[in-house]
Design a protein around this ligand. Structure first.
Ligand code: FEO
Length: 394
């Protein structure tokens, strides 16, 4: 993507990655992504905010060249992760007078993760400012969005917040600004679920920290910019809140149809009791969709057959993922089937130490479910519905 002017002497100079389909060898990117970087030319100094993923290094360098940038005084590094700082060493070679500005913790990480030269890095304190002449940058320490070293940069005169990953969305687009809030809602929620959700308590603190800043534009480092910042800030308040909704997420896998039959029965029983259900066949589902559903769910029910004495590996993987993502879920149960024995329930229960949940007694059928099993599933649905009502989950 070519450089584009946001305001006079302020440019978007990053790259759109239409083809990337996986992040961290883990996270699906069905809509690609972007690595946004921003150039700010003050009356005396020039700053580059973040760089790009190393695979897109040439796009950034070409954009700077196209704008005739002969000198950069500061590279503001909000986050050490490679998709924003991997090109830092190359930028410093091309612009040898540039100093890197970051948090104290980020300094060490840049040296170790990106082999950046330590002598060029200056750490800044929380709320410290840096004058570019007629423009002033303020650095807001915002740890754990989503690494420990992260900060936000606020351009005071133009009221633009550059939050790097915070408020971002994995969305490849030529739109500089959000044009379709529904599309961005989906992409930003996926991003929140996969990257930010484990840090919801810190996210709440950082939302509180920026609440008194006047913000006209949020310019994240993934996805389009927000001309209506309240749109994404309100969503983040909702996603990071402690209050789940009247939703059961039901990830399952079935080998010979027994567990599937139990899943289908339980879904009907829950719906009859006024509970919304999101059902995911783990053999086929996009795990990002499952992560998104976990953002709001009050209860998770895992459906699995017993195989080789324990849960099916698909169910184990989904359980480990839920444990790692630390959703606000309050209740968990397990349904499924077995042929001749095993420790499915014990093994799954041992995989969720991060989740502060009440475990509702599982329903495990020997082979195909029978009348007693269906009654037990009715009871499970009633218990879940009652617990949601008692806690006012709506
Ligand atoms: Fe977009 Fe945490 O890097």
């Amino acid at each position: 993507m070519q450089p584009r002017e946001i305001r006079p002497k302020i440019y978007s100079v990053g790259a759109v990655d239409w083809d990337r389909r996986l992040f961290d060898a883990l996270i699906p990117l069905p809509d690609g992504t972007s690595y946004n970087a921003y150039l700010i030319q003050g009356s005396q100094k020039t700053a580059l905010i973040d760089t790009v993923d190393p695979t897109m290094e040439q796009v950034l360098l070409n954009n700077l060249e196209q704008l005739g940038v002969a000198n950069i005084d500061y590279v503001i590094t909000n986050h050490a992760e490679q998709d924003h700082s991997g090109t830092l060493p190359t930028v410093l070679e091309r612009y040898p007078k540039a100093k890197v500005i970051c948090t104290p913790k980020c300094r060490d990480m840049l040296v170790n993760l990106n082999l950046a030269p330590a002598e060029k890095i200056t750490a800044v304190a929380d709320k410290e400012t840096l004058s570019l002449g007629d423009k002033t940058l303020e650095f807001i320490h915002a740890p754990w969005v989503h690494w420990p070293e992260t900060m936000l940069t606020y351009l005071q005169e133009e009221r633009i917040l550059f939050p790097c990953d915070f408020f971002g969305s994995h969305l490849a687009t030529t739109d500089l600004y959000v044009s379709d809030e529904g599309e961005v809602h989906e992409a930003a929620k996926r991003y929140y679920a996969e990257i930010m959700m484990p840090f919801s308590a810190q996210i709440q603190k950082n939302l509180e920290k920026i609440k008194d800043y006047a913000i006209d534009i949020i310019a994240p480092s993934h996805g389009p910019m927000y001309r209506r910042p309240e749109f994404i800030i309100k969503l983040y308040h909702s996603w990071a809140s402690d209050a789940p909704k009247n939703i059961v997420v039901l990830p399952y896998t079935s080998m010979h149809g027994s567990t599937r039959q139990m899943v289908e029965y339980l879904v009907r029983a829950l719906v009859q009791r006024g509970v919304t259900v999101k059902q995911f066949d783990l053999a086929a589902t996009d795990l990002g969709k499952l992560a998104m559903a976990l953002v709001d769910a009050a209860t998770v029910v895992i459906g699995t057959p017993t195989v080789l004495g324990g849960p099916h590996p698909n169910a184990a993987y989904a359980t480990l993922l839920a444990n790692a993502l630390r959703p606000k879920v309050k209740f968990i149960s397990i349904i499924g089937s077995y042929g001749w024995g095993g420790k499915t329930v014990e093994q799954l229960a041992g995989m969720i130490p991060n989740l502060k949940v009440e475990i509702i007694p599982p329903v495990i059928s020997k082979g195909f479910p029978k009348e007693d099993d269906f009654r037990a599933l009715d009871n499970l649905a009633s218990t879940i519905a009652q617990k949601h009502q008692e806690n006012n989950f709506t």
